[in-house]
Design a protein around this ligand. Structure first.
Ligand code: GLU
Length: 506
């Protein structure tokens, strides 16, 4: 008997970058494990070496680390149920396939790929679909149809073979899924799946069942695409005489249009990343991390694509997700991925971050542009503009004029505001500013407004022109906050430069 300990695994095949649907599977496993005080295992399912792609394993590890998903047992972490890479467990599978062969639950098959293609074509010409199953197996090249001496000698002669599961006839396979409920399938509708090949490698089905059993997995939480394999897996557990774990098949992630599964190619087509981090090998693909998403925002967004808390709450830290998560609240139907919602989450987390933390990140970007400012001064700018930005890189679009004086002036504003008397008016504003002390936002505001009133100028007109010269356009936060940050010399320099340029019409 197993104890009641929750042990779950994320079991990717290393076939290239992990799609966000895969990250969500990992996340749900992790949340479930942590919620129950259980163990989260990363198992690498690399038995199909022809599909393995170099660099995938480290990509997966780094993606999970970036998301804050901590692995308890795995290739790098170790653990007492290893090895955690299936290609290192070959001897184990060979022992278990022998067990199935001996009990009669599996058999050797020698049909060549050409034989199978021919049979498939024959069936198709009759409008039928070929299935390697109870209805045809007795007439094919396998150890059920042949004399023992015959198939033994084929094996001894090194004839390539596969081991197939002998799917029982007309049995009702009843399975239950924590998300989908009860599932019943007649075994006669299923084929005799290949479990093992003579090159000593198991297929996914055998390796997966053996490992889930030996690693004492209590709950198998995985994508819906594996639901059709569930009856076979159930039959394999029965053939071995093992208790089966509980199953939960997660709904698909759908394209933003709601039509069809979100695929690895959709990111390129639709202009948003479908991978957590940049895939740096071969044909590169962008990631959420490099696009400027905060891992907290990414995880929060992903958690709600398929699960809901049953309340209106949308913002969850990882700890809150762990606390609230349950499989009961994972829906059956696919969840539509919404790139705008992803941005919304990032904006939210951006506003929660301290100005100092954002300044640290923004300073890196400024340095790349050759701009040197103290973190303290950068934090002051961040405080003024962050509400207009959803990403650190958008801080630049909102604040470039703090760091670089405008070179051109918004034509619309110039057309509307720049009149014959503008140049002398702005020059007298500059001389007023020379005498304002201290040169802070509050004091300059008071003095400039007093001066406008005394002169009888229009408040809006003067302030808009002033902003045009300082910023280059009619955008930005409170004008006096901007000039307080720029300081007297820079403010006056900008006024003089602007007047010069606009006077001569350049
Ligand atoms: N290796 C399978 C995959 O790549 C794992 C399926 C499962 O979790 O059973 O998705």
């Amino acid at each position: 008997m197993r104890d009641n300990k929750v042990r779950v695994r994320f079991a990717p095949s290393p076939t290239g970058p992990l799609h966000i649907g895969g990250v969500r599977t990992a996340l749900y496993n992790y949340l479930f494990a942590r919620h129950h005080g259980g163990t989260f295992i990363l198992r690498i399912e690399d038995t199909d070496q022809t599909r393995s792609v170099e660099g995938t394993e480290s990509y997966i590890n780094e993606s999970l680390r970036w998301c804050g998903i901590e692995i308890d047992e795995g290739v790098n972490e170790g653990g007492s149920y290893g090895p955690y890479r299936q290609s290192e467990r070959k001897d184990i599978y060979s022992e278990y396939v022998t067990q199935l062969l001996e009990s009669g639950a599996a058999y050797y098959a020698f049909d060549t790929p050409d034989d199978l293609d021919r049979m498939r074509a024959e069936h198709e010409s009759r409008g039928e679909t070929f299935m390697y199953n109870h209805s045809v197996r007795d007439g094919l090249m396998n150890s059920l149809a042949m004399q023992e001496s015959e198939w033994q000698s084929l094996i001894e002669n090194g004839t390539p073979y596969v081991v197939r599961f002998r799917m029982p006839v007309e049995e009702e396979i009843a399975m239950s899924d924590l998300i989908r409920g009860d599932i019943k399938v007649n075994s006669s509708t299923l084929d005799d799946k290949i479990l093992y090949k003579s090159d000593g490698m198991p297929t996914y089905h055998l390796a997966n069942i053996v490992d889930d059993h030996l690693m004492e997995i209590s709950h198998v939480i995985r994508g819906e695409e594996w639901l059709p394999s569930l009856p076979l897996h159930g039959m394999l557990y029965r053939a071995f005489g093992w208790d089966e774990p509980q199953f939960a098949h997660l709904p698909l992630l759908l394209k933003p249009t709601g039509k069809g599964k979100l695929s690895k190619r959709d990111g390129d087509k639709m202009g948003f990343p479908v991978f957590p981090i940049l895939w740096p090998h071969g044909e590169t693909a962008r990631g959420y991390r490099e696009d400027g998403y905060f891992p907290e925002a990414f995880v929060n967004m992903l958690a709600l694509l398929g699960w809901n808390p049953g309340t209106e709450q949308e913002i969850f830290s990882m700890d809150e997700l762990i606390e609230a998560f349950s499989l009961d609240r994972v829906g059956k139907s696919g969840s539509r991925f919404d790139p705008d919602k992803a941005k919304w989450f990032n904006n939210h987390y951006m506003q929660l971050k301290s100005d100092d933390e954002l300044a640290g990140l923004f300073s890196l970007l400024l340095k790349e542009k050759g701009i040197e400012e103290t973190d303290e001064r950068v934090a002051e700018v961040v405080a003024m503009v962050k509400e207009r930005a959803s990403f650190v890189h958008e801080l630049w679009d909102q604040s470039d004029y703090f760091f670089v004086a405008p070179g051109t002036y918004d034509e619309q504003v110039v057309k509307k505001r720049w009149k014959d008397d503008s140049a002398p008016m702005m020059m007298s504003l500059a001389s007023l500013l020379k005498g304002v002390n201290p040169f802070t936002s509050a004091v300059t505001e008071e003095k400039v407004k007093e001066w406008i009133n005394e002169k009888g100028y229009g408040m809006g007109n003067v302030l808009n022109l002033f902003r045009l010269l300082v910023v280059g356009a009619s955008r930005g936060p409170h004008l006096f906050d901007i000039i307080g940050w720029l300081g007297r010399d820079e403010t006056i320099r900008r006024i003089e430069k602007g007047v010069e340029q606009l006077k001569t019409g350049n």
